[in-house]
Write a protein that binds this ligand. Structure first.
Ligand code: GLU
Length: 423
């Protein structure tokens, strides 16, 4: 049996970064060429162009994607992103990262991602609903509780998930809550899902600090003020960390004595930009935020924020990746050589998909858990994953990212070998 990789363009974007990470770990575990060829490429890619009627009566044609990278270990799982620069290359990378994320945390899922190239803040609520329902309809051939289960990502939220659930259910003729996660609790969502990513990051951060022999507290700079960044602000400050800086793409605020987390999070929940929250700190740019001398840096925005051009200026000794792919492979190697500890995205931010898994299980069983049960089970999943990644990194003398990839790739490879290649 001999195979070669399908022709998928390898440019310098997120997918090239994802492939570089994959290739390095595949080399380290000596992955056979056949499996490497299978796992390097997405299984399915759907591009859809679809019309949406805007409030002024005009028709706008949007482009969306759903990419399923791998389904060997279970249904495809991954969020849907509404973002102005989203393209197929980005969605491919995000889908592949979901495969490894689900594998490293040992969820019975494959990886997928969806996206629409749009700035959701520029749409009215009615336009957002129209766009969501039409996009959901276009990807129905892929979606389903046994085949592909979307969730929120940048630019989407509980309400968008509710519309997706309703659209799918209308086509079926009955309610199918398990087709999507991150829904409101009132229609089959899970307790704890909204803050699950930040909660998982908190557990991972404390586990790593403890193993490094450092105090379980200190100063934190957060890049990003969406679901993940705001969650970090709220949960890390409640846990005794001092959030000294936070930003969105317009810029951020800095206060060396710690930002007033309660005031800021109320402001963010009302939809305000970080920089518009008065009296909590001084203005700071995103570039400056990434260079702050803090104990923990959490990039929780988009890909490629720490790159060859600015990695040398990063001073935090511990980076916990809330975003997917925030550090390019070049910057990653530079930081690792300098002794910076990086908790990689596929481990650090896996709390979100872990509670998505809990939500899906609860929906399928129609039996719901308390928020205490969710928190306990999430902590257990995160602690187990950190333990295995840490131990392998120590044993192999590799970075936490390389160890996480080794574990994830080995799990997917094992499942592929066991199932065999059909026919
Ligand atoms: N979008 C989130 C992520 O990147 C969550 C995915 C999910 O819950 O399926 O991990």
């Amino acid at each position: 049996m001999s195979m070669s990789s399908a022709a998928v363009a390898e440019v310098g974007g997120p997918y090239a970064a994802a492939l570089a990470q994959f290739d390095r770990a595949a080399d380290q575990i000596g992955l056979e060429p056949n499996l490497r060829a299978v796992l390097r490429v997405p299984k399915r890619e759907l591009t859809v162009n679809f019309p949406v009627e805007m409030d002024d009566g005009s028709i706008h044609v949007f482009t969306g994607y759903r990419v399923q990278h791998n389904l060997t270990r279970g249904p495809a799982k991954g969020g849907i992103r509404y973002y102005p620069s989203t393209d197929l290359d980005e969605v491919r990378a995000l889908a592949m990262w979901m495969t490894w994320k689900c594998a490293v945390i040992n969820l019975p899922y494959g990886g997928a991602k969806g996206g629409v190239t749009v700035d959701p803040r520029a749409l009215s609520r009615h336009e957002l609903e129209n766009l969501t329902r039409r996009y959901a309809t276009e990807i129905i051939p892929l979606m389903g509780p046994d085949s592909d289960v979307p969730a929120p990502d940048i630019g989407t939220n509980e309400q968008v998930m509710a519309w997706i659930m309703d659209t799918y259910s209308m086509h079926k003729g009955y309610s199918v809550p398990a087709v999507v996660t991150g829904k409101p609790v009132a229609i089959g969502g899970s307790e704890g899902r909204a803050q699950a990513t930040a909660m998982g990051m908190l557990v991972a951060t404390r586990e790593v600090l403890r193993r490094l022999g450092r105090p379980l507290g200190g100063t934190v700079a957060v890049q990003g003020a969406g679901n993940v960044g705001r969650g970090v602000l709220e949960l890390f400050s409640a846990a005794g960390f001092q959030i000294t800086a936070i930003s969105d793409h317009r810029g951020g605020l800095y206060n060396p004595r710690g930002l007033d987390a309660a005031r800021l999070s109320a402001h963010l929940r009302d939809g305000g930009w970080v920089s518009a929250c008065e009296g909590v700190g001084d203005p700071i740019s995103n570039a400056e935020l990434l260079q702050l001398d803090v104990d923990v840096l959490t990039p929780a925005a988009v890909e490629g924020q720490i790159h060859a051009g600015n990695a040398a200026n990063v001073r935090a000794p511990l980076i916990v990746e809330g975003a997917n792919g925030p550090i390019t492979p070049e910057a990653d190697a530079h930081l690792h050589d300098r002794g910076v500890t990086i908790v990689p995205d596929i481990l650090a931010n896996a709390g979100g998909v872990t509670v998505s898994y809990f939500e899906w299980v609860q929906d399928l069983q129609q039996f719901f858990w308390s928020s205490d049960q969710i928190t306990r089970r999430l902590s257990r999943h995160m602690r187990t994953a950190v333990q295995s990644v840490w131990d392998l990194a120590e044993a192999q003398r590799v970075s936490l990212r390389e160890a996480a990839y080794q574990i994830a790739i080995a799990r997917v490879a094992e499942a592929t070998r066991l199932r065999g290649i059909y026919p």
